[in-house]
Design a protein around this ligand. Structure first.
Ligand SMILES: [Zn+2]
Length: 61
């Protein structure tokens, strides 16, 4: 995914920064523990579509 696109993207819930999980193709908000899917290089920034991270799941840095 484009690094510049990643820079301007924020969490739609808390407007915080996102972490790109490349292997999983997800954008992760640490604060909300939500993972937004990236489909064909396009992030799906919808709270209703986001996956809630498991408490034991590692959040990449
Ligand atoms: Zn958030």
């Amino acid at each position: 995914m484009d690094a510049k696109l990643l820079e301007i993207l924020v969490c739609p819930v808390c407007k915080g920064p996102l972490v790109y999980d490349k292997p999983r193709q997800e954008l992760i908000c640490r604060g909300d523990r939500l993972a937004f899917a990236v489909k064909d290089g396009i992030p799906v920034m919808l709270e209703g579509e986001a996956r809630t991270l498991d408490p034991t799941e590692d959040i990449p840095r």
